[in-house]
Write a new protein. Structure first.
Length: 400
């Protein structure tokens, strides 16, 4: 739902919000380029609109990290009653609704009313088309003639948890977790302009161009990790009391890094990365979430096996897998053993967040946890912000 009367007005206001609140370096040229980009795409597809604006309006990696949150906050604000259009920025709306003859001064008929000959012109047919060289007017004409179809999906299932917006404290904890893993250095030495190790071979080869004089020394250094996160969230009924925190962790990580993939499982596995990125402030599971992946029983082993078979390409020496589950598996232990062995062998580390750890007297005696523990790098809980912050200080991964 547009916050202002037309799409060009919304685009201008959105650019002003990005500039004032998020520090984007934008001017009239960038906003004009964004308007021209929207005339070349299907504006009825929300994801295409989001991608097009991100490509035009984002100039740095920091801009990309906060753009999705700013887009969702501006175009999909929290519902506060019935939506209403706000006045445009400094110019009237292109098309104003006509008034009836009884409402106009002197009772004069409108030019769009029946002229008495039996022909009643429609308002759309009588509208004057915008000149083709005016991108804003052309864009407004397209918006007014096309119904908005990318509004947020309403969820009627009352059993689905509603997660509030992720605040700055959760985002700060997520950034610390990412930086903690990024501090690890690769074991490989790679060519670099500056480094800690002198590269004699490349220096000698470069000296051929300077008559044998080594005027341009070459160096090597170890690269820092750029980790990928894979979150596998247990959405079974036993995890219902902890669903709010699980979705908060997923939303916080998706807001601070683009290298994250989110999955939910119950008796089946489903990738929900797109929904988490699109709606970081309202993570009520939409209708597109399979009921077998949220709110059902628990089959950890089979779902992990499905992940390894269908999404194993996401795993690698820089991938950190976070499993958020209580470990109450009712499936075959052989499947869980094979799935955990695959995750452990193909990733940098497996972090298992079990909310039951904070229960007094808890011991991991459940069959599922006994099978999974030998392959877990970090076994802890994160039931609140304090636990998530503690995870950023204690997590450990294997070196490459």
């Amino acid at each position: 739902m547009y916050r202002y009367a037309s799409l060009p007005d919304n685009l201008a206001h959105f650019g002003a919000v990005l500039r004032r609140q998020y520090g984007f370096r934008l001017g009239p040229g960038e906003v004009t380029d964004a308007a021209r980009a929207l005339t070349a795409i299907d504006i009825a597809d929300e994801q295409i609109v989001r991608d097009a604006l991100r490509a035009v309006l984002c100039g740095t990696a920091d801009d990309v990290a906060v753009f999705d949150r700013a887009f969702t906050s501006f175009f999909y604000p929290e519902p506060q009653g019935e939506p209403q259009n706000l006045p445009p920025m400094g110019r009237p709306t292109a098309r104003q609704p006509e008034r009836r003859a009884a409402d106009r001064p002197g009772g004069q008929p409108d030019i769009f009313e029946d002229d008495g000959n039996g022909d009643e012109d429609s308002r759309d047919a009588a509208a004057v088309p915008a000149p083709p060289d005016d991108p804003d007017a052309a864009l407004e004409d397209v918006v007014l003639s096309t119904p908005a179809r990318y509004s947020p999906i309403e969820v009627d299932n009352v059993d689905h948890p509603a997660t509030p917006a992720v605040d700055t404290m959760w985002l700060a904890a997520a950034r610390r977790l990412v930086r903690r893993i990024e501090r690890g250095l690769s074991r490989r030495w790679r060519p670099a302009p500056h480094g800690r190790r002198f590269d004699a071979r490349r220096t000698l080869r470069a000296s051929v161009q300077t008559g044998g004089e080594p005027l341009c020394p070459r160096w090597r250094r170890r690269e820092r990790r750029s980790p990928r996160f894979v979150l596998i969230v247990d959405g079974s009924r036993s995890m219902g009391p902890y669903a709010d925190t699980s979705l908060r962790i997923a939303a916080a990580l998706a807001s601070v890094t683009r290298r994250v993939e989110v999955f939910t499982f119950s008796t089946a596995l489903q990738c929900v990365t797109r929904e988490v990125r699109r709606r970081p402030g309202d993570l009520r599971p939409p209708a597109s979430w399979n009921e077998r992946a949220w709110g059902g029983g628990t089959s950890v082993g089979r779902c992990l096996s499905d992940f390894g078979r269908n999404f194993g390409v996401l795993l690698g020496p820089d991938t950190v897998v976070l499993v958020i589950s209580d470990g109450l598996d009712v499936g075959a232990p052989e499947l869980l053993h094979a799935g955990m062995q695959h995750l452990h062998r193909r990733s940098a580390g497996v972090i298992w967040l079990n909310p039951l750890i904070e229960t007094p007297g808890y011991t991991p005696t459940a069959r599922g946890m006994r099978v999974a523990l030998p392959y877990v790098t970090t076994f802890t809980s994160a039931n609140d912000l304090a636990g998530f912050t503690r995870l950023a200080r204690t997590v450990g991964v294997r070196g490459r």
